[in-house]
Design a protein around this ligand. Sequence first.
Ligand code: KIV
Length: 263
Amino acid sequence: MESKVTVTSLLKMKQEGKKIVMLTAYDYLYAKIADEAGVDVLLVGDSLAMVVQGKENTLPVTMDEMVYHTEMVARAAKRAMVVGDMPFMSYQASVEEAIRNAGRFLKEGGASSVKVEGGAQVSKLIKALTTVDIPVMAHIGLTPQSIHKLGGFKVQRDEDRLISDALTVEDAGAYSVVLECIPQEVSQKITERLTIPTIGIGAGSGCDGQVLVIHDVLGLFERFVPKFVKQYAQLGKKTRKAISQYVREVQEGVFPSSEHTYK
Ligand code: KIV
């Protein structure tokens, strides 16, 4: 088996020009499949509030729920590195509380690092976490936890602010940064200026890696499909069809047939 992906191997991948593949995962089964398929980084994203829990946005998911899902994913990940996404209000109130919560991802969840949203405003926090040996993936551009301040899921175009945020989080000690919903030209500039790897979502092909939500990749999340999403399968439609057939066959007495019956 190939050795486990680490923060240092991700940096090496950037240096060697190898693209980093990141995907979200929320449970053992899908994490195992993604790990076996060669995904480098499994992000237990707070997007689970939307795609698993059916909430309107990412704000309601709790620390306990995130740790619960992270533990399942970490148990499945043999090669991929597992990142726990710090949920809304788990790191904003104080640095001390943030350190305790980030520590839970590593201690109880089995993750190797955490992700926090924000640029300059979380630089002190990134420094504090790295000081206690908790590696941090930063996340700038469209930060879904700020949806009420940003006024919706919109492309972020303030180039000077984006570049300055990227440089600040690198300087603070982040080992990588997610660039969400920003123009390709800007993400390309950021990627060239940073030593740490950039992972894009809706940020074009110039990043060092890409991340998508697994429910989007598999066509399972049907409420809306952002422009940057490519559906590699239509599992929503396929699942509906399979379950409808099961319903029909039970109702009509077709299932179970003798093939599925003990003699
Ligand atoms: O929560 C999440 O899934 C994320 C990624 C989409 C970057 O933050």
